[in-house]
Write a protein that binds this ligand. Structure first.
Ligand code: AMP
Ligand code: MG
Length: 474
């Protein structure tokens, strides 16, 4: 490939036990589904038309760009609370780290590029459905202003993968601040490999939290980043679906879009994932789960923190700060959603009042909040009287605010990746029609501004369009 990528692979310079070097498995008939030109520009990569054939081979795993050092990262994790001592990249490869023109560093990873030493019984491949879902939802997240991994490209491999039935295979090129997870720390902690933990800690501090001092400073920083992240998810009605410790990035980015979904009707305990039978990762449980995961992270850092009793005490205090940071961020975000610039504890009652009405009537989460600025929120309630009462108190409160309407329009998206639209894009893509996927991406690129001709993308699903279950699709 004649376009040199600005690779600088710091992870590949860590000791060999952090990963397995592994080339991608070639595919016979790759076809480009999408390339994200705006993200490429952000990274300083030239993906112009003349270079597309070269890029297609890179995104398919058929060509290794100069400077890339493909490897599968080792990690462990708690899945639904159960400990798994070895997971690792079973169907993904880190090609390397690209340093953007502004100096920011990004992992470039292929997902679905063939088996690795961590594949266990899996085929190392991805089906087109999960690739389309991750592309759409992660890019929508970025447009909504939420820290997230990104999608640089999607390629159809031309080869079927076998799930419940044969599905077209695909590869996603994922971009992330890093792919280091809580589970990466757990992998070494479980092996009592304190030397590796110390190296990993230094690596993550240098890369993500240069202001943090030592393992305790790192813990504080990750706790704060996760508290803010989860508050953002909550403010958008997002349900991650598989918040296993191996799916929690220490960078504070949303990662691993498996059975994730945005809810339509508000239900604080909503679950979509077919494998989440007990609702462990229900919408309303997400803050608690994050704390649980962070406690696992903290326990990995204890061996680096000196005298054990004092270390446990300090780590516990750090974890305990999650609740305050989360609450403050939640209040700020939901305050803005109802037009208040800096909501106080007194305003919390107003916010909860609305959420309770929404829960009681299953009002659409996105439409109700967006409707506040448009004067249409009452349309989301079958029984309007309780909402009218709430709205009187709310009007009185926001009379004291300036610019409330613009604030609400900036905080409440008109459009989110609704499940039925994602599903529609997936079903078409399976048949080789990428038009619905492209249209959805285009609309979700500006979620706070919806063109009149796209108004149909803001509506709730009709009864026969409602998606009740989502699948990991692994
Ligand atoms: P996930 O559910 O995507 O978070 O994946 C959990 C673990 O299963 C990770 O170690 C993945 O690499 C592995 N995995 C998932 N799907 C496959 C697959 N098709 N082939 C090999 N490994 C897989
Ligand atoms: Mg995962």
């Amino acid at each position: 490939m004649n376009h040199a990528l600005p690779f600088d692979n710091s992870y590949a310079r860590l000791p060999e036990r952090f990963y397995a070097r592994q080339p991608a498995e070639k595919v016979t008939e790759p076809r480009l589904i999408a390339v994200n030109e705006r993200l490429a520009a952000r990274l300083g990569l030239d993906v112009g038309a003349h270079s597309r054939p070269d890029w297609l081979q890179v995104f398919a795993g058929n060509a290794v760009p100069e400077g890339a050092e493909p490897l599968a990262q080792a990690y462990a994790g708690h899945q639904f609370g159960g400990w798994v001592p070895q997971l690792g990249d079973g169907r993904a490869l880190l090609l390397g780290e690209v340093v953007a023109p502004d100096g920011a560093r990004f992992d470039i990873q292929l997902k679905g590029s063939g088996p690795t030493p961590f594949s266990r019984r899996g085929d190392g491949r991805a089906a087109i459905g999960p690739v389309i879902r991750e592309y759409v939802v992660s890019e929508a997240m970025a447009a909504l202003g939420v820290p997230t991994t990104r999608a640089l490209a999607a390629v159809a491999t031309g080869q079927p993968v076998w799930r419940e039935m044969p599905e077209p295979g695909a590869v996603l090129t994922r971009v992330a601040a890093s792919h280091i997870r809580v589970g990466t720390f757990q992998y070494f902690a479980a092996r009592s490999d304190v030397e590796a933990l110390a190296l990993l800690t230094d690596h993550v501090i240098a890369r993500h939290y240069p202001g943090a001092s030592g393992p305790l400073g790192l813990l504080d920083a990750v706790v704060a980043a996760q508290a803010r992240l989860i508050a953002q998810w909550m403010s958008l009605g997002f349900i991650h679906g598989v918040m296993n410790t191996d799916n929690m990035a220490v960078s504070g980015e949303t990662i691993d879009y498996g059975p994730c979904a945005y809810m339509d009707g508000y239900d604080p305990m909503k679950v979509f994932s077919s494998i989440d039978q007990h609702g462990r990762y229900a919408y309303g449980n997400q803050p608690q789960v994050a704390i649980w995961n962070l406690a696992q992270f903290a326990s990995c850092l204890i061996p680096l923190m000196g005298e054990e009793a004092a270390a446990i005490e300090a780590a516990t205090q750090s974890i305990n700060r999650f609740a305050d940071i989360y609450q403050a961020e939640w209040l700020r975000l939901f305050g803005q959603k109802i037009g208040i610039e800096a909501a106080s504890e007194e305003d919390a009652g107003l916010i909860h009042g609305l959420l309770n009405l929404m829960a009681a009537q299953g009002a659409d989460f996105t439409r109700t909040f967006r409707g506040l600025a448009d004067g249409r929120a009452q349309d989301e309630f079958a029984d309007r009287a309780p909402f009218a009462d709430w709205a009187r108190a709310w009007q009185a409160r926001i009379a004291r605010e300036t610019g409330a309407e613009a604030r609400m329009r900036g905080a409440n998206p008109a459009v989110i990746p609704r499940n039925h639209r994602v599903e529609e894009a997936i079903q078409a893509a399976r048949k080789g029609d990428y038009a619905p996927f492209e249209r959805l991406n285009r609309i979700l690129a500006t979620p706070f501004d919806l063109a009149a001709e796209d108004a149909n993308y803001a509506r709730a699903p009709l009864e026969d369009e409602v998606v009740r279950r989502t699948f990991c699709g692994t």
